[in-house]
Design a protein around this ligand. Structure first.
Ligand code: ADP
Ligand code: MG
Length: 246
């Protein structure tokens, strides 16, 4: 895994400034949450790290290498994006091994790695299923296994729990959180859900209108909000966040 550095990223679409001078470092093995309301520039930031967007100004680096102009397929990032759906003409295991096949990994090795990941995610028995017959939560797990199979330098997740019911979300959060920490993944985790960011991320970057308002530990952001916006956005219904163990 790698350290990711965003330095003064600005991305404009015509008159719209989607990302307005974002600088952020995600340490090796760290999960940083990008938290903010809809339209604040989270997905654009993530797509810039993946290489689907080139910033107007600023740079993206993995460790000490500037990858700003490196195409996505050469960045070795794992993606769990909503629009990056499972391949419906392949079984679960074929989905998970696909990226390895593209990288010319031997079939036996591909299958061994895929089975290990599916087992870790508690869906080892679904390997030969058609993904379209799976529940939403099962599909999310397959998507995560597929993203992790290539042993990415960086894992990018864009609202990966969207569309799941509350109970499943709670379970998956805990499991995915544990898996990412076991695998020592460097990750950027986009969400508009404060509680999810608090529970799943080592640090949180609160974004508003293309800019970062505050970057800090969940506790710092919650207890010492740097701006009015952070204070309002991060305030949860539950007083004192009893569910979080700082
Ligand atoms: P978020 O993921 O936080 O909801 P986005 O990064 O998707 O925010 O969008 C940030 C802003 O950039 C929004 O105003 C959005 O309409 C605009 N935007 C995003 N992608 C495009 C695009 N391809 N073309 C034009 N505008 C875009
Ligand atoms: Mg988005």
């Amino acid at each position: 895994m790698a350290r990711v550095t965003l330095d003064s990223i600005r991305k404009q679409y015509g008159e719209t400034t989607a990302v307005d001078g974002v600088s952020l470092t995600v340490g090796d093995g760290e999960i940083v949450g990008l938290l903010g309301p809809s339209g604040c520039g989270k997905t654009t930031t993530l797509r810039t790290v993946a290489g689907f967007e080139t910033p107007n100004t600023g740079t993206v680096s993995f460790d000490d290498r500037d990858v700003t102009h490196v195409p996505p397929e050469n960045r070795n990032v794992g993606l769990v994006f909503q629009e990056y759906a499972l391949f419906d003409n392949m079984t679960v295991i074929e989905n998970v091994t696909f990226g390895l096949k593209m990288r010319a990994v031997q079939r036996a090795d591909r299958r061994e790695r895929a089975h290990a990941l599916l087992d870790m995610l508690g869906i080892g028995d679904l390997a030969d299923r058609d993904p379209m017959t799976l529940s939403g939560g099962q599909q999310q797990r397959v998507g995560l296994a597929r993203a992790l199979a290539i042993e990415p330098r960086v894992l990018l997740l864009d609202e990966p729990m969207t569309g799941l019911d509350a109970k499943l979300k709670a379970r998956l959060r805990a499991e995915v959180s544990q898996l990412l920490s076991e695998l020592d993944v460097t990750g950027l985790y986009v969400t508009h859900d404060q509680e999810e960011a608090m529970l799943m991320c080592d640090r949180i970057a609160v974004m508003n209108d293309g800019r970062l308002e505050q970057v800090g530990s969940p506790q710092e952001v919650y207890e010492s909000p740097a701006t009015e916006f952070v204070s309002e956005f991060v305030a949860l219904d539950a007083p004192g966040l009893p569910f979080v163990q700082w």
